[in-house]
Design a protein around this ligand. Structure first.
Ligand code: TRP
Length: 365
């Protein structure tokens, strides 16, 4: 694989444009490009099935219809004190990058970069933070949940909350608005963040009377809304109930073995719809496979061990080829560095052009 830096958009062309209504210099850059879909993933651990279904798969599917921008939100990870650990952060960045690439991200077609490689994002973060009412941040779910947890635990309400965490949504606005993103495939928990981005984009555009920012739309997948973890709660690193995407077969078997089931015996008929094993199976199987397994649950004679073996089978057939690619990439992090640098070289001129126009607009010569 050779990843040479190639400018993928053209800088001249006709005046016809679909959007935005009021002229902005970056229209020229974006002309001829499909509408942008953008998504970010925080490197805070090894990617798991919840990340795959909720973020990675839907985002990769959008590459058919949109110009995709995918990035590793590495500076977002720093809002968590647990990630104030250089080897852990570095490892997670590589794992996230290798995961997306192994699962089919095409770095030639997409812009795939690290957030930290685009300094303009951080400049825009500052500018947007000056256009964001503090009250909005007070009401951000992500922040409020942390405060509520501190209070419930009898701690000071600000315990472990740094300014980065408080201002997290502003940085996310900058991630999104920097590239004139139209659609943002995210989980439901991120909906409010997209609303903030829409609000600040409107506020800014209206204030200066120029459509510098595109108003982004969230794209939320309801069917993969809640992906059950090992204990049946939402799969989340913070609950410690995740199944990592690229576990080797043996480790995967062990993980699946720890999925919580009830104490029904082998012969008893079982309800697939209340079973965590079946819920996960269904997310990866075809409709026929799901109907077949559901019938076997209801008929009796299917033990939890059998059901778990079915889940193992469907996960293996979904991920074993990608796992081989993942392992190759993880053994060659220099290649990952090269791919990400290539992505940053494509994305950065877009960011530079917009930030220059913003500076001019706001009166910073
Ligand atoms: N906040 C997102 C998450 O926790 C990650 C993220 C950062 C993001 N910036 C983004 C997602 C921009 C979409 C668009 O999952």
């Amino acid at each position: 694989m050779i990843f040479e830096v190639r400018v993928f958009y053209h800088q001249s062309g006709s005046k016809s444009r679909e959007w935005p209504g009021r002229a902005s210099n970056t229209d020229v850059i974006f002309e001829g490009m499909k509408k942008v879909s953008l998504t970010g993933i925080k490197p805070t651990g090894t990617p798991h099935l919840g990340n795959y279904l909720g973020a990675i798969r839907p985002a990769l599917e959008l590459a058919q219809t949109y110009q995709p921008f995918y990035f590793i939100a590495d500076y977002h990870a720093l809002t968590l004190t647990a990630m104030h650990n250089a080897p852990a952060l570095r490892e997670s960045i590589y794992q996230v990058a290798a995961t997306w690439l192994a699962l089919g991200l095409n770095p030639e077609e997409a812009c795939f970069y690290k957030q930290s490689d685009i300094p303009e994002i951080f400049e825009l973060n500052w500018i947007l933070s000056c256009f964001t009412p503090k009250g909005f941040m007070n009401r951000a779910h992500s922040y409020k949940d942390k405060v509520a947890k501190n209070v419930a635990d009898g701690l000071d309400s600000d315990e472990n909350i740094n300014m980065g965490l408080f201002g997290y949504p502003c940085l996310m606005d900058a991630d999104i608005l920097m590239f004139k993103s139209h659609v943002i495939p995210v989980g439901k928990d991120q909906k409010q963040h997209i609303e903030f981005a829409r609000d600040v984009a409107h506020r800014f555009n209206n204030h200066y009377g120029k459509d510098l920012f595109v108003i982004p739309e969230p794209m939320i997948r309801e069917e993969t809304d809640v992906i059950p973890g090992l204990d049946g709660r939402k799969m989340s690193k913070s609950y410690g109930n995740t199944i990592e995407i690229f576990l080797e077969p043996k480790a995967l078997k062990k993980k699946i073995g720890s999925i919580v089931t009830n104490s029904q015996g082998v012969e008893e008929p079982k309800d697939p719809d209340t079973c965590n094993v079946f819920k996960l199976f269904k997310l990866f199987a075809t409709a026929d496979q799901s109907a077949d397994l559901a019938a076997r649950y209801r008929a009796g004679g299917l033990g939890w061990g059998h059901a778990k073996a079915e889940l193992h089978g469907v996960l293996e057939s979904t991920f074993s080829e990608a796992r081989a690619r993942y392992n190759v990439l993880m053994a060659d992090t220099a290649l990952i560095d090269k791919i990400l640098a290539y992505g940053a070289a494509k994305a950065r001129p877009v960011a530079k052009t917009l930030i220059e126009e913003i500076r001019e607009t706001i009166g910073i010569p």
